[in-house]
Write a protein that binds this ligand. Structure first.
Ligand code: ZN
Length: 232
């Protein structure tokens, strides 16, 4: 019997990341249980997704076919951005796309099947009731992303390149916060974790808190609106 209590890493997820030209995930540590549960959430979906390696110059992209979700990835992709390292970014992006699938599975979809395709991968439960409509929930997600940006500005352990990378991801999220909240939280956590950040770092700890909140929301059968991020 093993006395080993650290969560298991997924060999299938490790192999996918390697094939996608990504940097290896660090070993799980008991100090980062949320990171481990996120990786387990992604790993559990692998069998239900068709993965296709391409050379289309798109780092990774999720789409939905008649037979289910599909994710393409280009292991040679480079953002050619001095502030973003290629290999950690490829890992962050393939996991970001898997999170699009998880979000699509877990949040309550639009009740009308004809409308549903327009609600792919939304980061909140569909409802038209007051306080939970599209505008309100997008507004909360955007406000939360802005709080994350403010927290990054205030964390002295982030170097200028990392801060620029974070700002780029936040701007991307703000441009489409209906589908880029849970996903952006995840890709930033992955990128920073590979770069050696942990919950001992202020920014990583704040991201972890918001990502935990988002995960509780997507798993929550009560289907409340997007939770407001706490102050940093
Ligand atoms: Zn995305």
């Amino acid at each position: 019997m093993s006395t080993h209590t650290e969560p298991m890493r997924s060999p299938a997820l490790d192999a996918l990341i390697q094939d996608a030209g990504g940097a290896a995930l660090p070993d799980h540590t008991p100090d980062e249980p949320h990171f481990a549960e996120l990786m387990a959430e992604c790993a559990a979906l692998l069998d239900g997704i068709s993965f296709v390696r391409t050379s289309d110059k798109l780092v990774a992209l999720a789409s939905w076919t008649a037979s289910g979700p599909k994710i393409t990835y280009d292991p040679a992709f480079s953002p050619e951005d001095p502030n973003t390292e290629d290999a950690p970014f490829r890992t962050a992006c393939i996991l970001h796309e898997i999170m699009h699938v998880s979000v699509d599975n877990l949040y309550e979809p639009h009740p009308d099947p004809a409308e549903r395709k327009h609600w792919r991968s939304f980061n909140f439960h569909y409802t038209s009731s007051a306080g939970k409509d599209f505008e309100k929930q997008c507004g909360t997600a955007s406000a939360n992303l802005t709080k994350i940006q403010d927290c990054a500005e205030a964390d002295p352990t982030l170097d200028p390149a990392l801060r620029a990378h974070i700002n780029g991801r936040i701007e991307y999220g703000l441009s489409s916060s209906h589908t880029h909240y849970d996903t952006i939280l995840l890709d930033l956590l992955v990128y920073l974790r590979i770069k050696g950040h942990t919950s001992k770092n202020t920014f990583f700890a704040y991201l972890t808190k918001l990502s935990q909140q988002a995960r509780t929301h997507r798993l929550d059968p009560q289907r409340g609106p997007v939770p407001v991020a706490p102050k940093t």
